[in-house]
Ligand binder design. Sequence first.
Ligand code: HEM
Length: 496
Amino acid sequence: MGQWMDVQGLLIFLCVLLLVKHLRDVLTNIMPPGPFPLPLIGNVLNIGFSDPLGSFQRIAERYGDVSTLYLGNKPCILLTGYESFKEAFVEQADVFTDRPYFPIVGKLSKGKGLIFSSGHMWRQQRRFALATLKYFGVGKKTLENSILQECRFLCDSIQTERGLPFNPQHLVTGAVANIICGLVFGHRFEYDDHKFHLMQEYLDDIFQLPISNWGRVRDQPLITMLYTRQTDKKSKIKIIKCQYELPFLQEEIRKHKEERDPSNPRDYIDCYLDEIEKCKDSEAEFTEENLIYCVVDLFGAGTETTSNTLRWALLFMVKYPEVQEKVQSEIDQVIGQTRQPLMDDRTNLPYTYAVIHEIQRFANIITFTPPRMANKDTTVGGRLISKGVMVLPLLKSILQDKNEYSTPYEFNPAHFLDENGKFLKKDSFIPFSIGKRMCPGEQLARMELFLFFTSLMQCFTFQPLEGQTLSLKGTIGVSSGPGPFQIHAVPRKCRF
Ligand code: HEM
């Protein structure tokens, strides 16, 4: 009995010690305001499990655009609002370019690649990626032609569904992935190619790992707080396999090494291999290992985001047939049915262009941009952000700002139209984020969204299945897409 009391006494003593230490840590830390954290679990209870994303928004509403949250025993800054983003990521661009370290991401990419790298290496890899994308036509006519070719393949494949119910996911993702394949590998795949599927699945798994269950266990509590994924895809074994084997990528690199002509690079891999040979800057890390991480990042960031947005687009058109009808009538008037859409048509299609913006705003596929951290003590909105503390930028809050959008929680293309029906540009519309770390694929994505969307609207009318209620609830992930759905694609009269 005496011994038991001793153990009990010791436990109570340890708990009191922990509490005192916790109170001292929290009270002596000069952090922006936020809900009071509990020892060990931090603000888990403030965030909750039923609607974690809504909780972040409510915390921001209560404590302001720069607030503190404890994820476990680690403080982090929740950043919301366009003005705060601008002050941090544009006005103090050099202070906020680095990403903080996550154990799981560190293990998967070792801090290499494009998305989770930092410092000199990130700068050099990003500069190279941007220059290479530009060299292969991003923002130019050459790429427009490749996307238009892919639009034809996509429409032909949808045509073979003969208006019967189908799930567009496989075809849309294949079409979007093929654009990156063209830029990175120099060729496209057939939509039913087994290797192509396997590659998409592997890359998707690697990209989604930080939010898969295994990732959550490894990195909790941060990841647990931020993201949850409904299914784990029994990923652990598969991920280890992808991480160390990535057989298709190694195969592509081997073939490129054998066949390439340094005076005539065909794609990103050729250019990268060239850079490995030329580069004397060892800290920039142009290596074959880093090439793999960069390719994974380009695919991960460039495929799911765009294909999720296009799937949302189809779902919204089915859900709001009056919007679909107006888009089609504008396309019929400006482009007609005998030629494909071109980027130059954008200015003459204000309603369609506004609809594409509203799709991106309303779908809101990226709730949080990947975290940042300050490389020195600084302030945003007059509040201290200490060096090294993780900053979580809540992009969702900006795309649903009540002061910018008259009906932020409704699908309403008028958000991007003026009183004369002309397209209305909004500075605070930043689905690709802002500053030095903003999406390097923005131009490419905008071109893809415009050409794929107008081509689909020109060639088909999308309709729901009889008696079907389509859900607008998004999946939770790095980029949020609609859940699986089936629709009819009724052909229109395109003749090209
Ligand atoms: C609708 C489509 C897309 C959306 C909404 C989107 C959005 C974003 C956002 C919000 C970020 C985070 C920026 C930050 O940390 O502040 C990002 C990063 C990134 N995106 Fe995109 N993106 C899209 C398409 C693409 C495409 C097509 C590519 C392929 C070239 C791409 C490649 C990347 C890369 C490599 C990064 C990491 C950049 C860095 O950390 O320096 N994205 N994107």
